[in-house]
Design a protein. Structure first.
Length: 168
């Protein structure tokens, strides 16, 4: 996955609209389905927990299907990009300890994956206004830059591809 610059204002606006739509849909669909099931299959004891739970499950499935179907719509471009980026970064994070060991031994592919992770994290944190950990990220980046300098290699996030992780 290639890192691309996205419009922060458009991303935040569309993300908020998607979240609000999902909350409204979850509420309406789950209540509607639960009420329909309670009407069709009344319980003499008055306990309708299983019907309410069924309504929530059905609503979640419907919302997930709609989000998947419209993921490639132009309205969802930035939101989908961020979701995909978070998934890519999670894959790297799960292998980060092995990647750091390999990078310490001079493996360029490991350094490339780490560089991509840092660049992607920086972008995400700026989009979400999560600037608290930016100082830590700068420290980690300087450590990675020192390793690249030590082994006299140039590392670029653009050279990252997911298949690098198969080694680790």
């Amino acid at each position: 996955m290639t890192l691309i610059e996205i419009d922060k204002a458009r991303y935040r606006k569309h993300l908020n609209q998607v979240i609000v739509a999902c909350v409204i849909a979850l509420t309406a669909i789950s209540l509607g389905v639960a009420q329909l099931l309670i009407y069709l299959f009344p319980d003499a004891d008055g306990s309708h927990f299983h019907w309410n739970l069924s309504g929530v499950v059905v609503a979640c499935l419907i919302i997930a299907g709609v989000l998947k179907k419209y993921k490639s719509h132009s309205f969802m471009t930035e939101v989908s990009y961020v979701w995909d980026l978070k998934q890519a970064l999670n894959k790297i994070t799960r292998k980060m300890s092995k990647l750091k060991q390999a990078a310490a031994n001079g493996e360029v592919e490991a350094m490339t994956a780490i560089q991509y992770s840092y660049a992607g994290s920086r972008q995400l944190w700026q989009l979400d206004d999560n600037t608290i950990t930016m100082d830590d990220l700068a420290l980690w980046q300087s450590e990675l830059d020192a390793l690249a300098s030590k082994y006299q290699v140039e590392i670029r996030a653009e050279n990252y591809h997911e298949s690098i992780l198969d080694k680790y």
